[in-house]
Design a protein around this ligand. Structure first.
Ligand SMILES: Cc1cc2nc3c(=O)[nH]c(=O)nc-3n(C[C@H](O)[C@H](O)[C@H](O)COP(=O)(O)OP(=O)(O)OC[C@H]3O[C@@H](n4cnc5c(N)ncnc54)[C@H](O)[C@@H]3O)c2cc1C
Length: 491
């Protein structure tokens, strides 16, 4: 008889783990506390508009391809992808703007215009970025990293200098133009740490950006969730929504025995949790937890976020699908997130207008918009701060686009740090997990396998390999394949 696995949560990591486990013959049940799947990638529907609540950048298409290929499927079986051109625009002070096109050569040539003579250095930088991408994908990120030995490969040892230097320094060595320097540091923000604390090995994110490009699945990231749920169901995975796990139980042999969900007991052989790592441990008796409050207090979390989901009553001229507003001081905002946590005085922000590409996700001739402001973890939601920041953002966008945006707002929904705590039991209100610093990579991240309880596993953005949708897919694969291997070996 096949063994039962309960997967907690239906974020990307849980969906991925569920698929791999079902393929290996386990009887898999996903328990999700919300009424819809997807976790941070849930979809908000309002007045005919449809918003991706979390991720909106589809990067590293190769990882999605690999995922579906593992099940003899392809992305086209579930959603239609487009490579965006332009990929995104970046707005700087004094109305300066850089548009990132599609394709490395095009981008390098455009950089050359802003900084004559940059071509050679940028090509060299991108070569190292490409090489690091290949090393990361083939030698590191798919490994369980339970010990340092998974990180110590011939390639990583030969490239050890990239783990000692930081991204900021290597970018500064490559380019002089302050705007271009910010553009080159931007992808590292997905990793959740300051560029000055992110090892330059992670410059592979620049290859993900310029080399592999920015893509869009029709219908938004929600279509990817839908596709994965469909795949999981076809493999036999059962989904229970509105199912909040209150406790994970263990027996005297130090094995997980079941979970309590909506006050009922469900027996199981194995538990994989894609919920917040610390929250999962809080569902256990204290003696079974691996990491103490002190441990968590010393971690560097990726930022939290203040989000606005807005429906506009008309199309907006001049906006791009993805737009970064780096028109205020970068360092001041970064410090308000990491060194001196407080509400940013005048924040950088990201504006997403997916209806530029896809009119199917809003009523005809209307524009949908998501605004994202990264903020420090540990803050409390504060209505006054939300309003102040929204006002600042509107002023800046109105002057930039020469439009009176406010009078065209049909509705606006606010999502802030307390919502992350409430909806995802997110430690410190983090939006996307643990930051990728030297101390928090590979074997230095919380382990995906419990040392205290046999048959308890973790997946998702707080364990290996790290934050982001592609890493969540990989995380599910690591745990799914590991469990299958252990069962095969009979241990
Ligand atoms: C605003 C925002 C923007 C982002 N932008 C991007 C982007 O553009 N590109 C990108 O690649 N990444 C992006 N990310 C990061 C990416 O979305 C996440 O890293 C990834 O989706 C995390 O997946 P996960 O499975 O680890 O966790 P989650 O998605 O958080 O899944 C955890 C699940 O567990 C459930 N759960 C929690 N507790 C319980 C319980 N007790 N019982 C049952 N269920 C429970 C939750 O409801 C949730 O469904 C963004 C994140 C945010 C928040």
């Amino acid at each position: 008889m096949s063994k039962k696995v309960i997967v907690i949560g239906s974020g990307f990591s849980s969906l991925s783990a569920a698929c791999y486990l079902a393929k290996s013959g386990f009887e898999v049940t996903v328990l999700e506390k919300h009424s819809t799947p997807g976790g941070r990638a849930r979809v908000l529907k309002k007045e005919g508009f449809q918003f991706d609540m979390g991720p909106s950048w589809y990067w590293m298409p190769d990882i999605f391809d690999t995922f579906f290929k593992d099940f003899d499927k392809s992305t086209e079986d579930y959603f239609k992808l487009h490579r965006l051109d332009p990929a995104y625009s970046v707005h700087f002070s004094d109305n300066r703007q850089i548009t990132i096109g599609s394709g490395l050569e095009k981008i390098i040539s455009s950089f050359e215009k802003y900084e004559p003579g940059s071509r050679h250095k940028l090509e060299k930088y991108m070569k190292s970025s490409h090489r690091n991408y290949q090393i990361a994908m083939s030698k590191i990120v798919y490994r369980p990293c339970l010990t340092i030995f998974d990180l110590l490969t011939r390639e990583t040892i030969l490239n050890a200098k990239y783990f000692i230097q930081n991204i900021k320094k290597s970018v500064y060595r490559t380019l002089k133009n302050p705007d271009l320097r910010l553009v080159l540091q931007f992808p590292s923000l997905f990793l959740g740490a300051m560029p000055s604390r992110t090892p330059s090995f992670f410059n592979f994110m620049n290859y993900a950006d310029f080399g592999l490009g920015t893509w869009y699945p029709d219908g938004g990231i929600g279509s990817v969730v839908e596709g994965m749920v469909k795949l999981a169901k076809s493999l036999g995975v059962e989904f229970k929504l509105n199912a909040s796990v209150q406790q994970i139980t263990a027996n005297y042999n130090g094995e997980v025995s079941g979970v309590i969900v909506n006050d009922s007991y469900l027996k199981t052989d194995i538990v994989v949790s894609g919920a917040d790592y610390r929250h999962t441990e809080m569902l256990l008796e204290k003696k079974y937890r691996m990491y103490s409050a002190k441990y968590w207090s010393k971690r560097v979390f990726a930022p939290s976020a203040l989000l606005f989901y807005i429906g506009f009553d008309r199309k907006l001229d001049g906006v791009t699908h993805h737009a970064l507003f780096f028109d205020v001081d970068f360092e001041t905002h970064i410090q308000s997130i990491y060194s001196n946590p407080k509400w940013p005085e005048n924040p950088l922000f990201y504006a997403n207008f997916p209806t530029v590409t896809d009119s199917s996700i809003a009523p005809s001739k209307k524009e949908s918009c998501v605004l994202l402001v990264p903020i420090a973890t540990g803050l409390e939601s504060d209505e006054k701060q939300h309003q102040r920041i929204f006002g600042q953002i509107m002023d800046r966008m109105e002057s930039r686009f020469g439009l009176s945006l406010r009078k065209h707002i049909l509705f606006k929904e606010v999502y802030s740090i307390d919502d992350f705590r409430r909806d995802y039991s997110s430690t410190e209100g983090n939006a996307y997990g643990l930051a990728t610093t030297l101390n928090q990579i590979a074997h230095r991240r919380p382990k995906f396998k419990s040392k205290k309880l046999k048959n308890l596993y973790f997946t998702g953005q707080l364990t290996v390999p790290g934050p982001g949708v592609p890493p969540a897919l990989i995380s599910g694969k690591i745990v799914g394949q590991y469990i299958a291997k252990m069962e095969e070996m009979g241990s």
